[in-house]
Design a protein around this ligand. Structure first.
Ligand SMILES: Nc1ncnc2c1ncn2[C@@H]1O[C@H](COP(=O)(O)OP(=O)(O)OP(=O)(O)O)[C@@H](O)[C@H]1O
Ligand SMILES: [Mg+2]
Length: 308
């Protein structure tokens, strides 16, 4: 896939002296769905804001479809739709007016059919004549999405789009995102919901303390960083792990009836065959066994902890 957005050596130090981004480089591919995960304050919004031209970088560059975001600001900004993290809307305007106005801001000719289509997709059609201030929080968020899509952007940034929204809206949102991707739109989202990244994204980037800790295909990430565990249900409880098994990464359950062996999925040998034979030598019999693999959530937590 072609690179659509190229972020190179990007750093941001705020006026307070705080370094929110430290030499961040990443390529965003044409047509992908990329999820950015990271704890509060990691720098996700700062990164997005720089790409969208809302915050100035301290150093480094961002190229969008061959155009520099600073030298060619109008061009790159017009390609991008942004659903901001904070709810900011013109309270006194109607839904229809505010979404139509957004389109105009990007110099696009008015297109009521397009506005109607997105309002319908976002279940806002029956609210089109309501004032923004009379809407619920979730509906206001829908309006922000409609605004971001009003000018038919090729790139869509969603900054924590599902924070505090109900299941229904989340579903609507992901349906809209999938349909957009089908039509060729590149989508970058931040989320605190790891299962969401797991469900919708093709690549996952983890940001911690202003640095990209890892960026990888979702499947490869899970494969690379995931640990597998083999749990053995013992026939008889044991008091402690026998000395001859000390070389294995083993944990005995509190009741002494389960042994859990953790192994690396990337390693050439899992060590399971040797373990089973050593167990038998030690006189430990088991009645059942099963394996589990760590979730993206566990991977994420361990990455962020390592970076702390
Ligand atoms: N205008 C600003 N002036 C000074 N510091 C700022 C400013 N904006 C953000 N920061 C700091 O930069 C860091 C990164 O903030 P940012 O909003 O990018 O994080 P985030 O990853 O989006 O977090 P969250 O998950 O909470 O949205 C934080 O420590 C924040 O306090
Ligand atoms: Mg943020």
């Amino acid at each position: 896939m072609n690179t659509l957005i190229s972020v190179a050596n990007l750093s941001k130090t705020y006026a307070s002296g705080f370094r929110a981004l430290k030499d961040v480089s990443l390529d965003i591919r044409q047509g992908e769905i990329l999820a950015l995960l990271g704890p509060n304050g990691a720098g996700k919004t700062t990164l997005i804001s720089i790409i969208c031209g809302i915050v100035n970088p301290t150093s480094g560059s961002v190229i969008v479809a061959g155009h520099d975001i600073i030298a060619d600001y109008r061009k790159t900004r017009a390609m991008i739709g942004l659903v901001p993290q904070e709810l900011t809307t013109d309270a006194f305007e109607t839904v229809w007016a505010t979404v139509s106005f957004s389109r105009g801001l990007f110099g696009k000719k008015s297109n009521p059919d397009h506005i109607e289509k997105i309002l319908k997709e976002l279940s806002l059609w029956d609210k089109k004549d309501s004032k923004i201030m009379d809407l619920s929080g979730g509906m206001k968020r829908r309006v922000l999405i409609a605004k971001a899509l009003s000018h038919e952007p090729e790139i869509l940034f969603l900054d924590e789009p599902t924070a505090g929204v109900d299941v229904e809206l989340r579903k609507d949102m992901w349906n809209v995102v999938r349909a957009l991707q089908k039509s060729g739109v590149t989508i970058i989202l931040t989320t605190h919901y790891i299962e969401e990244a797991e469900e919708i994204a093709e690549r996952v980037g983890v940001i911690n303390k202003g640095e990209i800790v890892v960026i990888e295909e979702k499947a490869a990430l899970m494969n690379k960083l995931g640990k597998k565990q083999l749990t053995l249900e013992l026939q008889q409880t044991v008091q402690s792990i026998p000395a001859q098994l000390r070389g294995y990464d083993l944990e005995l359950s509190a009741g002494g009836d389960q042994l859990v062996y953790t192994y690396d999925t990337q390693a050439e040998r899992t060590g399971i065959t040797a373990l089973l034979s050593d167990l038998s030598d030690a006189g430990i019999k088991f009645k059942d066994l099963h394996t589990t693999q760590s979730s993206l959530e566990e991977i994420f937590v361990s990455l962020v902890k390592e970076g702390a």
